[in-house]
Design a protein around this ligand. Structure first.
Ligand code: BMA
Length: 368
C-alpha cells in the first residue's frame, strides 16, 4: 500500500515537473534543420492578407493566397499569427484578423505540413490602452498573485488559453504552436518591458503564464519561445530568463533600423545581428535550447537587394532554425510603407528568390 502510494507520488511529481510534449516532432524538425545548416522562412499573417488582398474583408477563406507563394512559388515554412485584442473577448485582433480565421489559418498551415508561431500584443490591463501604453504604474507587479489586477488579468489569460486550446484539426488533434509571449522584454516599449518591472517580477510573470496554461489548464501543444532584443541591456538579459523548465526556444527580435540613414543602417544591422546571434547561440547551446530569429525585417524594403546583401550576411553561419519577417499590411494608407516580405510588383521579388536559393532557406515544401 505504502509502496503504491510512493510510486503514485513519484509519477505525479514527474508529470508535474515535465509536462508532456506532443510537440516533439516540431522540435525534431527544428533540430534537423539546424543540423543541416538550413533555415526555415516564416512570414507574419501570410495566409490572412497581403499587399493587395485581405481574407478578412473579401470573403475568400481558402487560404490559397500568400504573397510569398506568389513570388517564390511556395508558402512560407513558418506562419506567424497574432492574438492582441482577443484577450478582451473581441472577434477581431488589433490588425483586423478575425478570431475564427486566425484559428483556421493555423490549422490549414499545419495540415499542409507547416509550423505555426503565435505572438501576443495584449492591451495594457491597468489603463485600457494598447500594448505600447507605458502608463499605469508597475503593471506587471499588479498582475501577479496578490496584485490588485490579478483576478481581472487571469480572466484575460483564460480567454487566450481557450483560444490556444481550440486550435485543433477537425479530428480533434491539437495543433503544435510556437508560443511567444512577452516578447522584446529587454526593451522598454511594451508595458512588460525592462523599465516597468524587476527581473524577478518578469520571471514570476512568465512562470505564472506557463503554470496557468500548462499545469493548470493542461495545454500540451505549446513550445515556449523567448525573444530578447536590443543592444543596450544585452549583457544583462539572462537575468530576465525564467529558467530552462519554462523555455524551449530562444530567439532574437531585431529589425534593420529605418530611423537611421540607410548607409549606416545596413552595416549596423549586420553587425549587431551577428553580435547578438553569436551571444544567443552560446546561450542556447549552454541551456540546450533551439536558436531562432523570431522577428526581423526591413520595413518597406527600400534596399532592393536587402535579402542577399544584408540579411544573408547577417545570419550566415548561425544555426537559426527559422527566421520570421513581419507582416505585409494591406490597409490602403499603410500598405506601401508597412511591409517586410516580398509581393508581386514589390521592390525585392528577384532578390528574395535568390536569397532562398543561395542560402539554404526552406519554404513549406522543403521542411522535411
Ligand atoms: C507592429 C505593427 C503594428 C501591429 C503590431 C502587431 O509591429 O505591425 O501595426 O499592430 O505589430 O501585429
Amino acid at each position: 500500500m505504502k509502496k503504491t502510494f510512493a510510486l503514485a507520488l513519484l509519477a505525479a511529481m514527474i508529470i508535474s515537473c515535465q509536462p508532456d510534449k506532443p510537440v516533439q516532432h516540431i522540435i525534431d524538425i527544428l533540430k534537423k534543420v539546424q543540423a543541416e545548416g538550413r533555415v526555415l522562412y516564416g512570414h507574419q499573417d501570410d495566409l490572412l492578407y497581403g499587399h493587395d488582398w485581405n481574407a478578412n474583408e473579401d470573403g475568400d477563406h481558402t487560404f490559397e493566397r500568400s504573397d510569398v507563394r506568389a513570388v517564390a512559388g511556395d508558402y512560407p515554412a513558418v506562419l506567424g499569427l497574432e492574438l492582441g485584442d482577443f484577450e478582451l473577448g473581441k472577434t477581431r485582433n488589433l490588425d483586423g484578423n478575425y478570431l475564427d480565421l486566425t484559428r483556421e489559418a493555423a490549422v490549414k498551415h499545419y495540415q499542409r505540413g507547416g509550423i505555426v508561431t503565435i505572438s501576443w500584443h495584449p492591451n495594457n490591463p491597468a489603463t485600457g490602452g494598447n500594448a505600447w501604453d507605458l502608463t499605469g504604474g508597475d503593471v506587471v507587479a499588479r498582475l501577479l498573485p496578490g496584485g490588485d489586477l490579478h483576478e481581472m488579468w487571469m480572466k484575460r489569460l483564460a480567454l487566450i488559453t481557450d483560444f490556444l486550446e481550440s486550435i485543433k484539426t477537425p479530428d480533434g488533434k491539437p495543433v503544435p504552436i510556437i508560443w511567444r509571449p512577452w516578447h522584446e522584454h529587454t526593451e522598454s516599449w511594451f508595458w512588460w518591458g525592462w523599465d516597468f518591472c524587476s527581473a524577478k517580477e518578469f520571471n514570476d510573470f512568465w512562470i505564472m503564464t506557463y503554470d496557468y496554461m500548462v499545469r493548470e489548464r493542461g495545454l500540451k501543444n505549446l513550445l515556449w519561445a523567448i525573444s530578447p532584443n536590443g543592444v543596450e541591456w544585452w549583457e544583462k538579459w539572462p537575468e530576465r530568463y525564467p529558467g530552462d523548465d519554462y523555455v524551449d526556444i530562444v530567439g532574437l527580435d531585431m529589425y534593420c533600423p529605418t530611423w537611421m540613414p540607410q548607409p549606416e543602417a545596413l552595416p549596423f544591422y549586420i553587425k549587431s545581428t551577428r553580435l547578438l546571434l553569436a551571444s544567443l547561440d552560446a546561450f542556447a547551446k549552454e541551456h540546450g535550447k533551439i536558436l531562432a530569429f523570431t522577428e526581423t525585417g526591413y520595413e518597406g524594403l527600400t534596399y532592393p537587394t536587402w535579402w542577399t546583401e544584408v540579411l544573408a550576411p547577417a545570419i550566415k553561419g548561425f544555426p537559426i532554425a527559422y527566421l520570421l519577417t513581419w507582416r505585409n499590411c494591406s490597409e490602403p494608407q499603410r500598405r506601401d510603407t508597412h511591409f517586410y516580405a516580398p509581393f508581386p510588383g514589390g521592390p525585392t521579388e528577384q532578390d528574395f528568390r535568390e536569397f532562398i536559393k543561395d542560402n539554404n532557406i526552406s519554404l513549406l515544401n522543403d521542411i522535411k
